[in-house]
Design a protein around this ligand. Structure first.
Ligand SMILES: Nc1ncnc2c1ncn2[C@@H]1O[C@H](COP(=O)(O)OP(=O)(O)O)[C@@H](O)[C@H]1O
Ligand SMILES: [Mg+2]
Length: 427
């Protein structure tokens, strides 16, 4: 069994492309750690560095407590499954799964026993004598997993193993991977760009963007208390409302989040009040999930937003409403492309570097001796966007009507202009 530790691991591809930027990460014994992020953010690169298929440019990799930067792939005791698990076409399912054991000259009786045992667990015991060409995509992926896991590696690496399958098969195999990996107790690093896959499978999720770690925690932690606006938006199944608000503290009596035509009061008893009050006189970014806004009658007391219902959208299991509330919305704040930080010059590059550094250190601008300047170029562009509201199974409004929603202040996600959580970390 094995642990994985990455200490400031960086990958620069030949030609200067920075794919992974000072990644710090730990997968514990028997843990299922999911690496989540958009396409091109460096997930496969990271996984391939752990497997030994890609050189590490800088930083340290430890596998099971052993320094592994220069270990040959075959000495890492790692098995990997890829998106399109390539199989040996001329071998049967049995022959594919048993192949790694045959290479290792394992006792044929043990081989037989393990292949049968594993094929049952993977629900492919009926296909043992068939060739890959006669199998469905889901079955082929099960065989690939069987072949990877049959020699009982210390570490299991999976790179988007379900992304070529149709939705039904994905859900089915997802549950099976979860129970199989947990039954075996093998430490697993699982890469995906699908937030539902990450939330349902993971013990912990590490979210990446542009080669930089954004957040890490249990699914509940990263979903409910995201460290960055990027994480909040990426983990939302419906589009996240990201709004600009000015912070005011009138006569120090309470905190006012000023959304232009709407104001939301936050009492001093709110655990985040002090941290927010530090932003008095400046603008912050407020994230609100569509299900944290609840339609209420017109004369409702307490924090509310209101507007004209522009349109309703039917999603089968729920209705969403788009409410014209006249609130300035913001584009997801995210760090400038770090690749430009290394290759470009001038002020923009300097700023990029410091934003990346702050993201990594979790520090703030003031600590870095840098003024909390304007929102980085390309983000924070203010426009008026509709408020997206989850109505549930029945459309309680009609288009063109006036609608009012109650705001659950405890569920507001509060970020600085460059997208870092304002409240003090609770974990
Ligand atoms: N061999 C390579 N040479 C140069 N750039 C690469 C190479 N492999 C990947 N990249 C680049 O590195 C970035 C990260 O790629 P990758 O790790 O495959 O991302 P992901 O798996 O998250 O989609 C991408 O911008 C990709 O184009
Ligand atoms: Mg990839």
């Amino acid at each position: 069994m094995s642990t994985v530790v990455l200490d400031n691991v960086t990958k620069v591809y030949p030609g200067g492309h920075l794919a992974v930027d000072r990644m710090n990460l730990r997968a514990d014994e028997g843990e299922l750690l999911v690496l989540l992020g958009p396409s091109g953010c460096g997930k496969s690169t990271l996984l391939r560095m752990i497997a030994g298929l890609e050189d590490i440019t800088a930083g340290e990799l430890w596998l099971g407590g052993r320094h592994a930067n220069h270990l040959a792939p075959r000495d890492r005791d790692v098995a990997m499954v890829f998106q399109n698990g390539a199989l040996y076409p001329h071998r049967t399912v049995r022959g594919n799964i048993s192949f790694p054991l045959e290479i290792a000259k394992t006792d044929p009786a043990v081989v037989r026993e393990r292949v049968v045992e594993l094929s049952r667990a993977l629900h492919i015991d009926e296909t043992l004598d068939r060739r890959p060409a006669t199998l469905s995509g889901g079955q082929r992926q099960r065989v690939a997993m069987g072949r990877a896991i049959v020699r009982r590696p210390s570490l299991f690496l999976m790179d988007e193993p379900l992304s070529n399958l149709d939705a039904g098969m994905r859900t089915e195999l997802r549950m099976e991977i979860s129970s199989l990996v947990r039954a075996l107790g093998v430490t697993t690093v699982y890469v995906t760009h699908d937030q539902i896959e990450a939330l349902t499978l993971a013990d912990r999720i590490a979210i990446m963007n542009r080669g930089v770690l954004q957040d890490i925690g249990t699914p509940g932690q990263v979903y409910n208390d995201p460290a960055t606006a990027f994480t909040a938006a990426f983990l939302s199944s419906q589009q996240l409302n990201l709004l600009a608000a000015d912070v005011r503290t009138p006569q120090n009596q309470f905190i006012l989040l000023d959304f232009g035509p709407h104001q939301i009061r936050m009492n001093w008893t709110d655990p985040r009040a002090y941290a927010i009050s530090q932003h008095t006189g400046s603008q912050i970014v407020v994230g609100i999930r569509p299900d944290a806004l609840v339609p209420v009658p017109e004369y409702t007391e307490g924090p509310t937003f209101f507007g004209r219902v522009r349109t309703l959208e039917y999603h089968g299991h729920e209705w969403l409403a788009y409410l014209e509330a006249g609130i300035p919305a913001v584009v997801v704040p995210e760090p400038p492309d770090p690749r430009q930080a290394r290759t470009g010059g001038g002020q923009e590059a300097g700023r990029s570097r410091s934003v990346v550094r702050r993201l990594l250190s979790g520090g703030n601008a003031a600590e870095d001796g840098e003024p909390a300047g304007p929102v980085p170029a390309g983000s924070g562009t203010h426009r008026r966007a509709d408020l997206i509201v989850r109505l549930g199974a029945r459309p309680v409004w009609r288009a063109g009507e006036h609608g009012r929603v109650a705001v659950d202040v405890s569920r507001l996600m509060l970020f600085t202009q460059d997208g870092h959580r304002i409240d003090p970390p609770r974990r």
